[in-house]
Design a protein around this ligand. Sequence first.
Ligand code: PHE
Length: 375
Amino acid sequence: MSKRASQENQNNFSVNDDASNKLKNFIQEADEIKKQLRQETLSQERLRQKYLGKNGLFNQLSEKITKISTSERKTAGLLLNHLKENLTDYIENLADQDKEPLAQQNKIDFTLPGIKPRVGHIHPISQAIEEITHIFEKIGFIRVRYPEVDWDWYAFESLNMPQEHPARDEWETFFVDQPPHPEKGKVVLTPHTSNGQVREMERVGEPPMRMINIARCYRRQQDVTHTQMFHQFEGMVIDKNINIGHLKGTIDYFAQQFYGKEAKSRIRPFHFSFTEPSFEVDFSCNICQGTGFIKDENNKNNKLKCNFCKSGWHEVGGAGMIHPNVLKAGGIDTNKYTGFAFGWGVERSYTLQKGLNIDDIRLLYSANLSFLEQF
Ligand code: PHE
């Protein structure tokens, strides 16, 4: 039995048998109204309207009193008083849960607005990968994918880093416990060298080629600024007459697309065994626009050192003209073709873009939703 039905149920009205049929019908109608009210599932407000409102059931019945003969009208009037009291009592004293709107009583009201499902979003690093891919596709680069577990040949040896070469120490590599390939050597998790280069030369054969390889790479290092796995995007262009101007132009183009129109890039001499000459690549800080200083809000004549970059620039990665030994390893005729290559981390590029000083880069891969939901 519902809570309402179990609420105090008053006796029905009654009169003696001598009463006229009109009065009897009148009484019966009043009884019906009482009964009907006890079956209702409407909210308190709706019940008030339906039973006690201007055009409510009570008023409809009271209008019929004029049809009752004057001798019986007093009885009918008392009955109406009684009915009104009864209806009012019942409606005003409804249990608290019955006063709630329908939706909260587990009764379905199809007219109520629905409950919005929680919608997630793509991981910030996947968003960055999509954006970077799109930027390079616009200038004719093709995104390629190569194995994450690869032979030493592609990861090191073909990149002008023979076995036992000291430069290999810079890449703390994970070796996979597998018998080595007779020519291609040991099996490694791809390091952040440039392992897509020679594979791409083998795949395309004859230049021109323009590729972007955005892939995971691995190193044996883990702390607040390093994760054992991160994403590197390496780009490569080989064609006739390719020179450093093309390289610098491509890097500038990327900087402006990714960091905004004001962004600039700078290259500084460096050493990588797979490029010659080699450079380190810096981007202007997009918090202080490369000046190293930001406005002092409290004193217009003063400048504050930019805490994000400290110098106006952020170092992001490396680049260079592909070393002839690497071109030869990929079967490219070095008398006819030259090329450039570059590479840097997606994670770093992304955090710089957002002006994020993430004090622990590992948060990006922590599955900590309160952190990730901010992006
Ligand atoms: N892979 C190099 C690094 O980890 C960058 C690089 C890529 C340099 C391609 C030259 C060519 O810093």
